[in-house]
Design a protein around this ligand. Sequence first.
Ligand code: KIV
Length: 266
Amino acid sequence: MTKMTVPKLQAMKQQGERIAMLTAYDYLFAETLDRAGVDTILVGDSLGMVIQGNDSTLPVTLEEMAYHCLAVSRGASSALIIADLPFLSYQQSPEQALMSAGQLMKTGHAEVVKLEGGTEMAPTVEFLVSRGIPVCGHLGLTPQSVHQMGGYRVQGRDQQRAEQIKNDALALQQAGACAVVLECIPQPLATEITKLVEIPTIGIGAGSACDGQVLVLQDMLGLNEGRAPRFVRDFLADSGSISKAVAAYVAAVKDGSFPNLEESYS
Ligand code: KIV
């Protein structure tokens, strides 16, 4: 497979080809995902929960993100590597964000950084992009704000919050973000945003109309049994091997059969 790049990822939206993204945090899983045709690997700060066993992403440090990102980069030759800027590594100022993003790229070999937030983060996104750093946004349920949101809840169910998320998506696009993750928002809202913006939307619990999908790897391998949210499908159950499960995920994202209505919020 040829190397995925930011311009290629953006062209996929124009060409109507869905983007398959999964998280990974280490070398061997990254290699497995890469071989199975995953377009982009997210080194998510969800590692704070699935790798470290914390009950939120808040304790994750920049050094930990760079460590896992470097391991992933050694396993991925085709997939685009996106790494999360962890809590308090970018919120203080655009300059702080630049140094943190630089560390993820220099020592972790990240190719894109992801940060949470909308309009309030637009100046930071613009600052990073103007210095050659591709940025992916993250809207809806933003796990670094879990305490402010009062838990991991679906966002944008009321008109006011829905309008705010739409405006945030436009602000991120205007600031130069190359893509935006939409987490846990009603399917109709994600559909509207996907039509509204030219940059790819990557959904997680946001319905099938997004330009791409992302899941936490351990969730789609059924390791979160009994605790998985409704938007998670266990791809390992019917596949027999991890590589076949990942290939089944890629195929289901590409043909639009994942997520189905039961795996989405109305
Ligand atoms: O940290 C992460 O894995 C994420 C995804 C859930 C989108 O941000």
